[in-house]
Design a protein around this ligand. Structure first.
Ligand code: PAF
Length: 284
């Protein structure tokens, strides 16, 4: 099949209706472009499970705070389309802003509670509302049977899963493993901001989380001890600023009295002006 690029929501909906009439299952891979192997791993998974794969590419202004990097967010549409085509995407849905947020737009979707009260929500107020709103719109337009998200954005994946359950959305949310560089840095479009020195320094993020995980593997069950280990290792790298370190329930993000069950070790740091996040999920 030749990949088709669709920039209009109504047109995308018509194509979707056609696919539905033919009984084809649809996988959606929502992205903000500047594609890397992490995104492409989602496409591969979608291809293996669905008859047709739709990738959305839309840098969503609603999920960026006023002092964040919306304008600077890396964009390379030509390269994205070439990668999507090579990976076998059937449709790229790349709407214009006016189509997603028409004049007078005034409806948003908010997931409340612990899932959106800690971690990235603290330093990025309103971020997840922007994410759930745009993802809900993408679900309405593409009507996928399955939608694919990366575990690197662990909190985002949980928030979207909550929304899908709470609103009885007739689809499956699939979370795919983090894809890392060979030295361990999680792939992210924002890695493009890093200078070579910052790129070196950024490694402290996966290394510190690994140190926390290793403590648990060796038998440590005290939450504070593991959190302190990660925090101290991060703090030892003077060139970064810690945003948060969280050791919590891997499904609800609730605080834990002791390390048992699904556990998420997560951290966000600033390397220069670039904010990076990473996490490790484990069953204890
Ligand atoms: O993870 C992302 O790239 C974005 O948050 C998403 C899910 C595409 C919504 O804009």
């Amino acid at each position: 099949m030749i990949m088709e690029v669709v920039s209009n929501a109504g047109q995308m909906q018509e194509i979707v209706m056609g696919m539905r009439r033919q009984g084809l299952s649809i996988g959606l891979v929502p992205t903000m472009g500047y594609l890397h192997q992490g995104h492409l791993s989602l496409v591969r998974r979608a291809r293996s499970e669905c008859d047709r794969v739709v990738m959305s590419i839309f840098v969503n202004p609603l999920q960026f705070g006023p002092r964040e990097d919306f304008a600077a967010y890396p964009r390379d549409p030509e390269h994205d389309l070439a990668l999507a085509r090579d990976e076998g995407v059937d449709y790229v849905f790349a709407p214009v802003k006016e189509d997603m947020y028409p004049k007078g737009f005034n409806t948003q979707v908010t997931v409340e509670g612990a899932l959106t009260e800690k971690m990235c929500s603290r330093s990025r107020p309103g971020h997840f509302r922007g994410v759930t709103t745009v993802v809900m719109k993408l679900f309405q337009i593409v009507q996928p049977d399955r939608a694919y998200f990366g575990q690197k954005d662990a909190q985002q994946a949980l928030v979207i899963r909550r929304m899908a359950t709470d609103l009885n959305l007739p689809l499956e949310i699939v979370t795919c493993p983090i894809v890392r560089e060979t030295d361990g840095l999680a792939l992210s479009s924002r890695n493009a901001y890093l200078s070579s020195e910052e790129r070196r320094v950024a490694l402290v993020l996966p290394r510190s989380l690994e140190a926390g995980r290793d403590l648990i593997i060796k038998g440590e069950r005290r939450v504070e001890r593991v959190r302190d280990e990660i925090t101290e290792r991060l703090a030892a790298e003077r060139a970064i600023k810690v945003d948060y370190v969280e050791v919590c329930d891997g499904q609800t993000l609730a605080d834990l009295a002791e390390l048992r069950g699904p556990v998420l070790l997560a951290a966000a740091v600033y390397v220069g002006r670039t904010r990076l996040i990473d996490n490790i999920y484990l069953e204890v």
